[in-house]
Design a binder for this molecule. Structure first.
Ligand code: PEP
Ligand code: MG
Length: 323
C-alpha cells in the first residue's frame, strides 16, 4: 500500500470520473513544510499561527512573524497556495503573558477574531507581517471564529488599512491576496449565502463546528458520543456552505479533522467540496482513495444523504454507494 501511495506523490488529485480537487496540508510551523512536499501536498490549507505566540514569554515581533511566513511561502513556491489563519488564541489555547481573565466557558468566550478586533495592536502587527511576506508566494489570509458579517468587515478593514500603510512606507505588497474565513460557528454556516458575497473563500473548521452545532465540548469524554462528524445536521451545514460559495463563484475547503477521514471523504466529495486540508501524512492515502471514487455517483445520492436522520443511517448509505 505504501508503495502505491508513493507513486501518487506528483499525480493530480482526481476522481475516477475525472473531477479534480485539491489536497493540501494543515501545518503549525515552517518546519512542517518539508513533510507537506514529501507527501505530495498541493499547498497549505491551514497554517495555524498560534505556535508563534505560544511557549514564549512575550508576543512575537513583526520581524519574527515575517520570517516565519516568508519561510513557509518560499518553501511552497510561487504557485502552491498557503492559507494562513490569523491568531486563534483562547478556548483551548492560552497565552500566559497576556494575563487574560479566566472565563466560565472559554470555548464560548473571548477568543480568536473577538480578541484580535479588541487588541488590534496585536492583530495589526500580524497583518503587517503577513502583507510583507505576501510577495514571496501565493498567500491567502483567513480569519478564525467569525460569527458575524460585521466581524469579517472589521477584520478586512484593518487588513486594508495596514496594506495602505505599508504601501505609503514604500513596502511591496501583493495585490491578489484572497481573504476568507473559517466557518466553524453555526451562525456563519447558516447565513453562508450572505458571507459568500463578501469573502473570497470558506474553509470549514469542523473541529469547532461540530462541537458548537451539537453543543458537545470537543474535550469532554462524557459527551464525546455526541461529537458526530457525519451527523445529518453537520452534513446539511457543510452542504449549505459549499452551495453558498459556489453560487457566488467562490471556493470552499475544509480544514477540520473530518477532511482527511476516509468515511467523510466520499461524502464531502459528493457535496462538492473543492479543497481538503489534512495532516500531511493523510494526503497520499486520500489521493489514492479519491482515484477510486466517482463524484457523479455520490452526488446523485446527495439528497438522500442529507435527508437521513442519524449518523448510523448516513454511514450505512455511504457504504452502499461506495461499495
Ligand atoms: C477547526 O476548528 O476545525 C480547526 C481547524 O481549527 P482548530 O482545530 O485549530 O480549532
Ligand atoms: Mg477551530
Amino acid at each position: 500500500q505504501k508503495a502505491e501511495w508513493a507513486k501518487l506523490k506528483d499525480e493530480p488529485s482526481v476522481t475516477s470520473d475525472n473531477v479534480q480537487v485539491e489536497l493540501v496540508a494543515n501545518i503549525g510551523t515552517p518546519d512542517d513544510v518539508d513533510g507537506v512536499l514529501r507527501n505530495g501536498g498541493e499547498g497549505v490549507g491551514l497554517y495555524r499561527t498560534e505556535f508563534l505566540y505560544m511557549g514564549k514569554t512575550s508576543l512575537p515581533t513583526e520581524e519574527e512573524q515575517f520570517e516565519a511566513y516568508k519561510a513557509v511561502l518560499e518553501g511552497l513556491g510561487k504557485e502552491k497556495p498557503v492559507v494562513v489563519r490569523t491568531l486563534d488564541i483562547g478556548g483551548d489555547k492560552e497565552l500566559d503573558y497576556l494575563d487574560l481573565p479566566k472565563e466560565l466557558n472559554p470555548f464560548l468566550g473571548f477568543r480568536a477574531i473577538r480578541f484580535c478586533l479588541e487588541r488590534d495592536d496585536i492583530f495589526r502587527t500580524q497583518l503587517r507581517a503577513l502583507l510583507r511576506a505576501s510577495v514571496y508566494g501565493n498567500l491567502k489570509i483567513m480569519f478564525p471564529m467569525v460569527a458575524t458579517v460585521d466581524e469579517f468587515r472589521q477584520a478586512k478593514e484593518l487588513l486594508l488599512e495596514e496594506k495602505d500603510n505599508l504601501k505609503q512606507e514604500g513596502v511591496e505588497v501583493s495585490d491578489d491576496i484572497e481573504v476568507g474565513i473559517m466557518v466553524e460557528i453555526p451562525s456563519t454556516a447558516v447565513i453562508a449565502r450572505q458571507f459568500a458575497k463578501e469573502v473570497d473563500f470558506f474553509s470549514i473548521g469542523t473541529n469547532d463546528l461540530i462541537q458548537y452545532t451539537m453543543a458537545a465540548d470537543r474535550m469532554n469524554e462524557k459527551v464525546s458520543y455526541l461529537y458526530q462528524p457525519y451527523h445529518p445536521a453537520i452534513l446539511n451545514l457543510v452542504h449549505n456552505v459549499i452551495e453558498a460559495a459556489h453560487a457566488e463563484g467562490k471556493w470552499s475547503g475544509m480544514c477540520g479533522e473530518m477532511a482527511g477521514d476516509p468515511i467523510a471523504i466520499p461524502i464531502l466529495l459528493g457535496l462538492g467540496l473543492d479543497e481538503f486540508s489534512m495532516s500531511a501524512t493523510s494526503i497520499l492515502p486520500a489521493r489514492s482513495q479519491l482515484r477510486k471514487l466517482s463524484k457523479e455517483q455520490i452526488a446523485a445520492r446527495k439528497d438522500e444523504l442529507l435527508s437521513k436522520s442519524t449518523t448510523e443511517e448516513v454511514v450505512e448509505l455511504v457504504k452502499e454507494i461506495t461499495e
